[in-house]
Design a protein around this ligand. Structure first.
Ligand SMILES: [Zn+2]
Length: 317
């Protein structure tokens, strides 16, 4: 299995969080708040579940430990390659980005050396100052050139309040530096948000469920080979998808020739994992083969996990 859309802060287990607290924050008061969404209150309540993990990701050593623990757990569960994303500036502010980014890169590099193939995606945040997002994007671009584990950039956060157009400067930098990026879109806004993210240069779209309602956006995705990173349980919980299992657009996208992968988004907050997502949607063998193949093709160019892709013959599935 390949997972392309997974947030570090939303996927650390209670026991991993306890271990981080004990190892790195023993002398500090870190107030606990629930990390698992109880299904009530939509996106606002969902996002509150990230508070506690974020407080435990303020130090480079805790970020390193968290990436290793999560990657090794996913590897043990049968995930062959995973892209883990998080926002370095949320961990330590703009002045801490470089140190946090170094720790993340070191973690991916050490993991990849052990045959646990993880790529790191840095999230810029909707609502954050442009200076901060630019620092994250520039750090990612430098690290991608290093080829040691950082593979791409994401734009995450409150899509409803902050439209793509507010981030045109960041997108321009990413395009000009040929930094691969994905954008959370079509989750809290309509199909037009997916369309504009594609026009800004996104190679993948986080969620993208709203695109299903607009054939023109579907055609854009198909023609440009843009992959939708779909996350079923998360979409139900946040209200991004209200139609139930039968109408969930994953199969529509596949039948219309749009690239799709299935992902868990936040294993802890959403109380799920990749196998459960496949099972909830009743993915059959042929569909699983298609999802794997598309995820494989759309994984960000990845020198760090080169051994995995060379072994698997990237592009020849
Ligand atoms: Zn996400």
């Amino acid at each position: 299995m390949i997972e392309l859309h997974l947030h570090l802060d939303g996927s650390l287990s209670e026991s991993e969080l306890n271990e981080i607290k004990r190892k790195f924050y023993a002398s500090e008061d870190v107030p606990y708040t629930p990390v698992r969404f109880d299904g009530r209150g939509g996106l606002g309540e969902y996002l509150k579940c990230f508070r506690y993990p974020l407080l435990l990701l303020r130090k480079p050593e805790s970020v390193y430990f968290a990436i290793c623990a999560l990657s090794e757990r996913l590897h043990a569960q049968g995930e062959e390659y995973c892209e883990i994303r998080f926002a370095p500036a949320l961990s330590a502010g703009i002045e801490g980005v470089a140190e946090i980014a170094d720790a993340a890169e070191r973690a991916a590099c050490d993991l990849n050396g052990k045959g646990v193939y993880t790529g790191i995606v840095f999230c810029c945040m909707r609502g954050a100052p442009e200076k901060e997002n630019l620092a994250v994007a520039k750090t990612a671009a430098d690290k991608i050139r290093n080829g040691k584990g950082v593979v791409g950039v994401d734009l995450a956060g409150d899509e409803g309040r902050y439209p793509n157009e507010d981030y045109s400067g960041i997108f321009a930098f990413l395009r000009e530096s040929e930094t691969p990026f994905t954008v959370h879109a079509g989750e809290a806004r309509g199909a037009e948000s997916v369309g504009s993210a594609i026009l800004f240069g996104a190679r993948r779209i986080g969620h993208g469920v709203a695109a299903a309602s607009d054939e023109r956006v579907i055609a854009m995705m198909r023609e440009r080979g843009v992959l939708a990173e779909m996350c079923y349980t998360s979409n139900l919980q946040t209200g991004a998808w209200k139609g139930g299992r039968e109408g969930y657009p994953l199969r529509k996208f596949i039948s219309e020739g749009v690239k799709v992968s299935l992902n868990s988004d936040n294993t802890t907050v959403s109380g799920t994992d990749l196998k459960r997502e496949y099972s909830l949607l009743g993915i059959n063998g042929e569909e699983a083969r298609i999802l794997y193949s598309r995820a494989f093709e759309a994984a960000f160019p990845n020198a760090a996990a080169a051994a995995f892709f060379v072994n698997r013959g990237k592009g020849h599935l």
